[in-house]
Design a protein around this ligand. Structure first.
Ligand SMILES: [Zn+2]
Length: 231
């Protein structure tokens, strides 16, 4: 059995579905996390540069290389394999403010065509039993790009969508029935926390630090997953 989790950013799959990923590994599944937006630009400027400066990382730090390393460590904590697709995050595609990341997709932003083509190739080689992707709680434009790319490329596959975390904490319950509810155990919750802790560059911004992330994750009892065709 093979599980392919399609993550928009370097952290989403572990943040949102780390318990299920760990549980599937323990049951003998081959688990792969393919992250879409991991590409580099040599010298980021403007809002893209600000996104790393505000995390305490100077302009000479290769921010995406650092984050790819964090993802590798997170996947090792889960027992998963990491694949990094080289697409550029929204701040490198003309989205020049935090507000724009959660607004309409820009008309000139056609990256979904390239992401869908890459996912189609990945599915043809991986032939997963189950595909996971984002429900897009929080409305980040990159998450919507990935969900549309999944819709275009995953016909004939079983696809379940995770509640994007930590955005899920700020939203009402999803207006659909989950197809799968993964009850976290002490062990799978600990692996989810270990995986989340690996994304050190993101924890301050997302949670206020590793301690706050751990406290919030310890309260989570289950992960809920929804069928693609319910949305
Ligand atoms: Zn994300």
């Amino acid at each position: 059995m093979k599980l392919l989790a399609i993550s928009p950013h370097l952290d989403d799959a572990a943040f949102s579905a780390g318990g299920l990923l760990a549980s599937c590994v323990d049951q003998g599944w081959a688990v792969t996390v393919a992250t879409c937006f991991t590409g580099n630009v040599a010298h980021p400027t403007g809002f893209a540069l600000a996104c790393q400066l505000d995390k305490g990382l100077g302009p000479d730090v290769d921010y995406m290389a650092l984050r790819r390393g964090e993802d590798q460590a997170a996947c090792e904590a889960l027992g998963a394999r990491a694949i990094h697709l080289p697409f550029l995050e929204a701040p490198h595609r003309g989205y020049t403010s935090a507000r724009m990341l959660f607004a309409e997709r820009l008309p000139e932003d056609r990256i979904v065509d390239d992401v869908a083509a890459a996912l189609a190739r990945l599915l043809a080689t991986e032939r997963p039993t189950l595909v996971l992707g984002p429900l897009c709680l929080g409305n980040h434009v990159d998450h919507h790009v990935v969900l549309e790319a999944i819709r275009r490329s995953c016909a004939g596959h079983t696809v379940l969508l995770w509640e994007d975390w930590p955005y899920a904490d700020r939203e009402d319950r999803v207006a659909a029935m989950p197809a799968v509810i993964e009850q976290l155990t002490r062990e799978t919750r600990a692996r989810r926390i270990a995986a989340c802790a690996a994304y050190g560059s993101q924890l301050g911004f997302q949670f206020g630090g590793v301690t706050a992330m751990t406290e919030r994750t310890e309260k989570i009892t289950e992960e809920r997953f929804y069928p693609l065709d319910a949305f």
